[in-house]
Ligand binder design. Structure first.
Ligand SMILES: C[S@@+](CC[C@H](N)C(=O)[O-])C[C@H]1O[C@@H](n2cnc3c(N)ncnc32)[C@H](O)[C@@H]1O
Ligand code: SF4
Length: 378
């Protein structure tokens, strides 16, 4: 038995491709879903030795995991190792009473629903299939099936979106009382047809992004959500519901813990080695049919790289980061400057010194982290 406590499973199939997306996705191909699940299970068997018996988290991401043929999704869920948190990403239009029950029967206890926006015109820009009513219906159906941990994804900075549009989106999302919200700046990935189509408007939105970010944080904090990671918010523990509603799978990434990723394009980091499975579906399936690992890129994560990643990811959280783990990645002079400018808080306690970003520092985020990184260690 190994010691990896987190498993990511990639399900790449989607009903169609949204213009802004550059995840590893495959449109349609229902006839291949069964073969793909066979390949996933074969890869899991090959890698299983690195996992502990009972996992802390499993995350089924996509693509659209809930677009997978129901019998195949069910078969996959039945074969996954037990986990305390089992999250499935879902697109609202795929949630029917049957799918909600299937997820619940398969042990899923957290659903992350891609709402993105509640305004038809903005959803059209994003080329989303789900209407605002589909999002609301999906939440009600999941509640009816017993789900008490639902996360909603929103994006902001959509071409044509104004600050009052964003206020409406946040209000609509809050009205559904999700346990968790992820709010992402829309990233225009170079080379996508989306970036090509909306270049000028995206530049205009980039200038407004800082203001939108503050609006998101202020609105969600005022509604009682904890801003626990740059883009992630959860309902605070309360006497009536003392659960820690942070996304524990993602927390493992941000804290630099090891994880196994299976599936086409999936990434693993285990004992200082990062493995990135290639993106091609046919090659992925063919290798596993022969009992071989799929083609992958391997990267060795040495001590310095690990420390740099720890600095970049750990400071996204609202919890302090131990300086002792940063082994030379931290520029001490820059740290002093950032402390002086009120962007970083340093709790110096001898060997157990810790740093965290102040509220102002968190809004500047990556800019502060870039300053703190010791360029000599790069
Ligand atoms: C793996 S993706 C997609 C999950 C699901 N298929 C969906 O479309 O809702 C997970 C989340 O990443 C976010 N995302 C995807 N593309 C993005 C982009 N270009 N910029 C910012 N966020 C993005 C969306 O909020 C999305 O819900
Ligand atoms: S449904 Fe989700 S994963 Fe699929 S193309 Fe759209 S954004 Fe990407």
């Amino acid at each position: 038995m190994g010691d990896v406590r987190h498993l990511y499973v990639h399900l790449p199939f989607c009903a169609h491709r949204c213009g802004y997306c550059d995840f590893v996705t495959v449109v349609g191909r229902r006839e291949q879903h069964g073969g793909y699940v066979d390949a996933l299970l074969a890869e899991l068997d090959l890698e299983r030795a690195v996992l502990v018996d009972a996992l802390e988290t499993v995350f089924l991401g996509g693509g659209t995991p809930t677009f997978t043929e129901p019998t195949e999704l069910s078969r996959l869920l039945d074969r996954l190792p037990p986990a305390e948190e089992l999250t499935v990403e879902a697109n609202p239009e795929t949630i029917t009473p049957e799918v909600a029950r299937l997820l619940s029967a398969g042990g899923v206890n957290r659903v992350s629903l891609g709402a993105q926006s509640f305004q038809p015109s903005l959803l059209a820009v994003l080329e989303r299939r789900a209407s605002p009513d589909d999002v609301r219906r999906a939440v009600y159906l999941l509640r009816d099936a017993g789900f008490d941990n639902i996360s909603l994804d929103l994006v902001y900075g959509i071409p044509g979106q104004s600050s009052s549009d964003l206020a409406r989106d946040l209000a609509e999302a809050l009205a559904l009382e999700p346990e968790h919200l992820s709010c992402y700046e829309l990233e225009a990935k170079p080379g996508t047809r989306f970036t090509h189509a909306y270049g000028d408007e995206l530049e205009h939105q980039a200038e407004a992004m800082e203001g939108y970010f503050e609006q998101v944080v202020d609105t969600l904090a005022a509604a009682g959500y904890r801003w626990y990671e740059t883009a992630n918010f959860c309902r605070d523990a309360a006497p009536a519901d003392p659960r820690d509603l942070r996304a524990h799978h993602n927390l493992a990434y941000w804290r630099g813990q090891d994880y196994l990723g299976i599936g086409v394009g999936a990434v693993s980091t285990v004992q200082g080695m990062r493995r990135r499975n290639a993106a091609g579906l046919a090659r992925y399936r063919a290798s596993l049919q022969c009992g071989e690992r799929p083609p992958a890129e391997i990267e060795i994560i040495d001590r310095e790289t690990r420390a740099r990643e720890q600095l970049m990811l750990g400071l996204r959280l609202d919890e302090p980061l131990a300086v002792s783990g940063l082994h030379g990645a931290l520029d001490r002079d820059a740290l002093d400057r950032m402390v002086e400018r009120g962007l970083v808080e340093l709790d110096s306690n001898g060997d157990s010194a810790e740093i965290s970003l102040t509220r102002h520092g968190r809004f500047l985020g990556g800019g502060v982290t870039a300053e703190l990184l010791d360029v000599a260690s790069a």
